[in-house]
Design a protein around this ligand. Structure first.
Ligand code: AMP
Ligand code: MG
Length: 344
């Protein structure tokens, strides 16, 4: 049985005691963050950590991000923080940002998947930080979804993947941001984005005067990669997807209309609802509101997938700002089934 705690209005103190004891006892807890929901366990309990991999069906060489509630807690788990890394921590923590740092020797190899580094994140979510603080331990947590599926951003989606498979789910309603944190590693003194997110390259450049984007972010690679998550199928509905982006809106709409059959569903801009020739149209938001789109995209992919369509066609975004992160998820969701036409 999964116990569901509703903390949308406020954190229930009795339930918080139960949750922090559960974490200390090595149980798994699904908790909200500002990006997506996480499935967490104490970093000091190897069985609990193994259980995260089993429950998600996650590959063992894909490491878990360590969630902390304070800057002091960062120092318990990592070593050799450079000046530039400290600048990034001060600028973006708490927030939707994960920094890869050298782990201390006592940190379990299960968390780091045998790497010498770990990803550190301090969520902005008050609930997440309160649980970590009260449990008095950093919490390792990947996104709460079965491996390869879109991340969960609400209770309904969590129950689809984890009902009766975890003891606790804490419900805070829909996730605010809706895509996972920006993952950054400082390589040769330059902050390098391994996974794009809400914190954009421009945001980072403003703080450090330098930034790189790993050239593999949108690829599926085998062998050695900076971020093991790059190797795996990700964010994908069961149905086949086609992603279409063209700088020219009319061309994009025409292209989409060419691919529509009876059992096709389309996810796209509110403004295009009447221009795309299907009744199976779901809007993910307005053309100028990437925040709205990021908060809706994963739940919509799951919702449309439940109809078992032959094909899901998704309208693409400009790869700018938050659009870089959303397109990264969509290219992977579509397993590179992607039509693109840029003006320049
Ligand atoms: P998720 O499990 O969905 O929260 O994603 C976590 C992401 O962070 C994955 O892409 C991991 O590969 C990446 N990650 C975690 N730890 C490290 C690390 N030490 N080095 C590089 N990437 C990491
Ligand atoms: Mg994930």
């Amino acid at each position: 049985m999964t116990k569901i705690f509703d903390w949308k209005e406020n954190i229930n103190e009795l339930e918080l005691d139960e949750i922090s004891n559960a974490i200390k006892d090595g149980k798994l807890v699904i908790f909200p963050t500002e990006t997506v929901y996480g499935i967490g366990a104490s970093i000091y309990n190897d069985n609990a950590l193994k259980n995260i991999f089993i429950t998600k069906g996650r590959a063992q060489d894909n490491p878990l991000i360590i969630h902390v509630s304070s800057k002091e807690m960062i120092k318990d788990v990592v070593t050799d923080i450079s000046d530039i890394e400290n600048k990034l921590i001060d600028a973006f923590m708490p927030g939707p940002f994960t920094l890869i740092l050298n782990k201390k020797k006592h940190i379990s190899n299960i968390v780091s998947a045998n790497l010498d580094t770990v990803g550190i994140r301090m969520p902005d979510s008050k609930i997440a930080r309160t649980i970590i603080e009260k449990s008095n331990t950093p919490i390792a947590a990947p996104s709460a979804n079965l491996s390869t599926k879109p991340s969960c951003t609400n209770l309904n989606d969590l129950l689809e993947d984890f009902n009766n498979k975890v003891p606790y789910i804490i419900d805070e309603g829909a996730s605010k941001i809706g895509v996972e944190s920006t993952v950054v590693k400082v390589i040769n003194g330059i902050p390098t984005i391994l996974r794009p997110g809400k914190i954009t390259p421009e945001d980072i450049y403003e703080v450090t005067n330098s930034v790189n984007i790993d050239k593999n972010i949108n690829e599926v690679k085998t062998g050695k990669v900076e971020s093991p998550g790059m190797k795996y199928k990700h964010y994908a509905p069961s149905s086949k997807c086609l992603l279409v982006y063209m700088d020219n809106e009319n061309d994009m709409i025409n292209e989409i209309n060419k691919h529509i059959t009876k059992n096709t569903y389309v996810i796209g801009y509110k403004e295009h609802q009447n221009l795309i020739n299907t009744n199976n149209f779901y809007s993910f938001g307005s053309i100028n509101n990437y925040e709205e789109i990021s908060s809706n995209i994963f739940s919509l992919l799951r919702k449309v997938d439940r109809n078992k369509p032959e094909l899901i066609i998704i309208e693409g975004l400009k790869k700018e700002g938050l659009g870089i992160a959303i397109m990264n998820r969509l290219i992977k969701a579509a397993s590179h089934n992607y039509i693109e036409k840029l003006d320049k």
